[in-house]
Design a protein around this ligand. Structure first.
Ligand SMILES: Cc1cc2nc3c(=O)[nH]c(=O)nc-3n(C[C@H](O)[C@H](O)[C@H](O)COP(=O)(O)OP(=O)(O)OC[C@H]3O[C@@H](n4cnc5c(N)ncnc54)[C@H](O)[C@@H]3O)c2cc1C
Length: 419
């Protein structure tokens, strides 16, 4: 995101520098597991002025390919990146910000925070009550199944990370239990297209932050249960159960060495089914309209323009509905963590940003940056790369360009007025 901001700052000849504590694409080099592929298809991998142009637009990039893609963007955009420079403090001064880094200090009239939304894994505090005999890992420490001790694995969290790791660990021959809380169920393909194509084309992903009914909730929504595989496999809880993964309820506490699990699994499963149905209804409704041609005439001129002037209904396969998530006949309400049944726990319970270096009072008690569409509550301070920053797509690479353009527009106006 810092590179995208740089692209638009350069467009406007605004003098700037991008500080990166590691290397370009640091999070993709250091904080992802080996088998990870993007869950967004290649054609959605786009950054300002750079599109995927390879032979497999419907495929999903590996971590290595994402890293290369971002490196190429840095090279093409000639961003003034200083790698290996850690920002340790940003403080407001009379006419701007005093920035302290591991390599010295600078003064800046404006600051764009593009330090990422996923700097640290979120792990519930009761992790400290887990017996020491059980190995605990987060997605930042996990690389592949060989790292884990032999024996059963408890994966906690059933969003994108949790379902992907549960499947990989099960395939490695281990008994896997998956603790399931609130989640977003999605099929990989719908009516012959990637489900994220539908999110994009139907306008669901374009919904603006100031149009979303419950913005706080939208910003906290877990990632969808999707995996990017060459086979375009759906990886929902039915698929995992068919592989032999045991589903249990949300983990709420540890007492006397036992994990206490919620009895509300049935409700959680039916809620996710219901929400998926409603989303598919939205897609079906949209397919009957003629908005498709208008939208795509602009964005993907040449590729799809004008093809569906009468709506997409005639082109798509028939509407599909998917089997409800199978509720296990009996679910365990606790797991004895001292019995040896569980040798390792993988916490796939989400990620959070780290603003420990930001000495400006714009972070709330929950550690979230307060902002209005990327404009923080301190003059000349901006943010990029946060969930539903300006649109629902903001969390993904395909949301970068529009968000960065709008935020840098605002920043340029701010500087112009001050001048
Ligand atoms: C497991 C996982 C899977 C994902 N899958 C997808 C996907 O399939 N498709 C998709 O579009 N998106 C995906 N995303 C989201 C994707 O990571 C973001 O869209 C993208 O990385 C956002 O880029 P960013 O620059 O905002 O944050 P980051 O990639 O986190 O970059 C922030 C950078 O800031 C640096 N930094 C942080 N603090 C400091 C500091 N104090 N000083 C100096 N440098 C600092 C970090 O080293 C890092 O390089 C995924 C995210 C995760 C965690």
């Amino acid at each position: 995101m810092g590179l995208a901001a740089s692209h638009f700052l350069s467009d406007r000849s605004i003098d700037h520098v991008v500080f990166e504590r590691g290397e370009v694409a640091n999070s993709w080099r250091r904080e992802r597991w080996d088998s990870l592929r993007l869950l967004t298809p290649n054609w959605q991998s786009r950054l300002p002025g750079l599109r995927y142009e390879g032979p497999d637009p419907d495929g999903y990039m590996t971590v290595g390919e994402v890293t290369e893609f971002i490196e190429r963007f840095a090279a093409v955009s000639r961003a003034p990146v200083r790698t290996g420079v850690n920002v340790t403090s940003v403080r407001r001064t009379g006419d701007g910000y005093h920035v302290t880094t591991s390599h010295g200090e600078i003064h800046s009239r404006a600051v764009v925070i593009a330090s990422g939304a996923c700097n640290q894994p979120t792990v519930p505090p009761f992790k400290d009550a887990v017996p020491g005999s059980v190995r605990q890992l987060t997605p930042f420490g996990y690389r592949d199944p060989a790292q884990l001790p032999d024996g059963g694995v408890l994966v906690v969290g059933a969003s994108a990370t949790g379902v992907q790791l549960a499947a990989e660990l099960k395939r490695s021959g281990r008994p896997v239990t998956l603790s399931v809380g609130e989640h977003v169920r999605l099929p990989r393909t719908y009516r012959g297209r990637d489900v994220l194509w539908w999110m994009d084309a139907s306008g669901v992903w374009d919904q603006r932050y100031d149009e979303v009914e419950d913005l706080t909730r939208a910003r906290r929504l877990p990632s969808p249960q999707l995996i990017g595989t060459p086979e375009r496999t759906t990886l929902d809880l039915n698929a995992l159960a068919s592989m032999g993964v045991e589903l249990v309820g949300r983990w709420s506490a540890v007492r006397d060495g036992r994990a206490l699990l919620s009895g509300g699994l049935r409700n959680v499963l039916s809620l996710a089914d219901l929400k998926m149905e409603r989303l598919l209804d939205t897609f079906d409704e949209w397919a009957k309209t003629d908005k498709y041609a208008d939208k795509y005439a602009g964005r993907y001129a040449g590729r799809y323009a004008g093809r569906y002037a009468d709506g997409y209904e005639a082109e798509a396969g028939p509407p599909e509905r998917f089997a409800p998530t199978r509720v296990p006949e009996s679910t365990r309400l606790h797991l004895d963590l001292r019995s040896g049944e569980i040798a390792a726990i993988v916490w796939a319970t989400g990620f959070r940003p780290d603003y420990g270096w930001l000495d400006v009072p714009v972070v709330d008690a929950k550690g979230q940056l307060q902002h209005e569409g990327g404009v923080a509550g301190s003059p000349g301070l901006y943010a990029l790369g946060l969930p539903v920053l300006r649109r629902r797509r903001s969390t993904f690479m395909c949301g970068t360009e529009d968000d960065a353009r709008a935020v840098i527009d605002h920043l340029a106006r701010y500087l112009a007025v001050r001048r």
